[in-house]
Design a protein around this ligand. Structure first.
Ligand code: ADP
Ligand code: MG
Length: 195
């Protein structure tokens, strides 16, 4: 089992965000995490990636106990957070090389990832000069630099125009061939198109 979540609950003070959530995912699947705004998708993803702790429950990613060993888990998880936070004043390649140095990944990976997400023609530009679709590609490239087994994408297709949408869907499907991909959306058609 690639992802196993058991009875996870999360409260932000008195605000209940997750109420005993359980699910599992096999290796090599693209799984849609569907729910309306406020359903708790981002909260679940932050827990899965070890950034916040739940109040109850267990989370395993590729047999690693995320709550006990978040750093070990992060080595095999790629994460694109919602709203894709990027350093927009940096150049695309410069930003990815910076991320590679943080993850202690060989910088030779950067060019491979640029090709994988179709960023070659934009790699010399500053991030703020890119369209939203290309900015999403930068976020996805950063998430796959360390060649993670599991990819967690929080609303990767929200706010894209129809062309960009098609292209990002294609990238997600391609990545799903050798990774387990969990991606969240509040749009039913996204799940039908990609999963
Ligand atoms: P989704 O990603 O599905 O839109 P979220 O996980 O962002 O849902 O939010 C789930 C619930 O938790 C919402 O009611 C939201 O307002 C609340 N929430 C999320 N983050 C926080 C936080 N840091 N502090 C307090 N409440 C939060
Ligand atoms: Mg969210």
């Amino acid at each position: 089992m690639s992802i196993k979540v058991s009875s996870v609950s999360k409260f932000y003070k008195s605000q209940k965000a997750l109420d005993s959530v359980s699910f599992s995912a096999d290796k090599g699947q693209v799984i849609g995490f569907l729910g309306p705004n406020g359903a708790g998708k981002s909260t679940m993803m932050k827990i899965l990636t070890g950034f916040i702790k739940p109040n109850a429950g267990e989370v395993f990613v590729d047999e690693i106990d995320v709550l006990q060993n978040p750093l070990e888990a992060q080595k095999i998880i790629g994460y694109l957070p919602e709203h894709n936070p990027l350093y927009e004043e940096m150049f695309v390649r410069e930003y990815l090389q910076f991320q590679a140095s943080i993850f202690k990944v060989d910088k030779s990976q950067v060019d491979d990832c640029i090709v994988q997400v179709g960023l070659t023609s934009e790699a010399h530009k500053k991030i703020h000069q890119l369209s939203k679709g290309y900015q999403q590609r930068v976020g996805i490239a950063a998430a796959i630099l360390h060649n993670p087994k599991v990819l967690i994408l929080d609303e990767p297709t929200t706010g894209l125009d129809p062309n960009q949408l098609e292209e990002i869907r294609a990238i997600i499907k391609e990545l799903g061939k050798d990774k387990t991909v969990l991606f969240s959306t509040h749009i039913m058609q996204e799940v039908e198109a990609v999963c």
